[in-house]
Design a protein around this ligand. Structure first.
Ligand SMILES: [Zn+2]
Length: 228
């Protein structure tokens, strides 16, 4: 998928856009692809530097290193430069387990569904002009919009958790988090992370689309639908 997107990027970069909307949606896709690339911290560096980077001065800086779970949309606390596959509380299971294998297979389909969702929704840069809504309010409203993201809206409502504020929606998206069982440092890092993402709600956009894509892929799998 990445190769195809890079090819597309090169062709489009040297080409021209017929209308502004094409350009905007193209850059939305580029941003999406860039976010899926490995982070600089995932590359090998010499061990001395590595050790230095492992020292976290406080939970606030630890909050910057959260990454998505490899098998769903939830966030995972991670030390900088940690190499193992990030897995959330629900999916921290051996890779030989059927559930792990099933989700790993579903993942390819999830990536396709995510791209489809990006294309079907108005580009964030266009939301204010087209819908007259602030982009962060729009992203928040998407979570509970059964027309745009039906699987996510249904899932969030099924949790019976409060969904009034940014923070409450975010906590429901990340549910379950066991702050009292993970140690004070991690719990503090989680609190900083949630506060920060609730304040900058726009930054949850891809997580929200990933949640819809995962829930849809799961539902299709359950009903014997598309398996890729
Ligand atoms: Zn997970």
């Amino acid at each position: 998928m990445l190769d195809r997107n890079i090819n597309l990027f090169c062709k489009r970069f040297y080409g021209t856009w017929e209308q502004d909307e094409d350009k905007i949606s193209f850059w939305d896709e580029v941003r999406f692809v860039l976010q899926t690339l490995p982070m600089k911290r995932d590359y090998k560096i010499d061990s001395e530097k590595q050790e230095e980077k492992y020292k976290l001065p406080n939970p606030e800086s630890a909050a910057k290193y959260f990454v998505p779970c490899s098998l769903c949309w939830r966030s995972v606390y991670r030390l900088p430069l940690e190499k193992y596959t990030p897995l959330c509380h629900l999916h921290d299971i051996p890779s030989t387990f059927p559930e792990y294998r099933k989700r790993k297979r579903l993942k390819k389909h999830v990536e396709i569904l995510k791209l489809k969702l990006i294309k079907s929704l108005p580009p964030l840069t266009d939301v204010k002009r087209k819908l007259g809504t602030e982009p962060s309010d729009y992203v928040k409203s998407l979570c509970l919009n059964s027309e745009y993201l039906p699987h996510l809206a249904k899932y969030l409502c099924s949790l019976s958790l409060p969904l009034n504020s940014n923070k409450e929606i975010l906590e429901a998206l990340e549910h379950p988090i066991y702050l009292n069982k993970i140690g004070a440092f991690k719990a503090q890092a989680w609190k900083y992370y949630l506060d920060d993402k609730a304040k900058h709600f726009l930054e949850n956009y891809l997580k929200i689309l990933a949640a819809e894509a995962w829930l849809r892929a799961e539902a299709e799998h359950k009903h014997g639908g598309k398996r890729r």
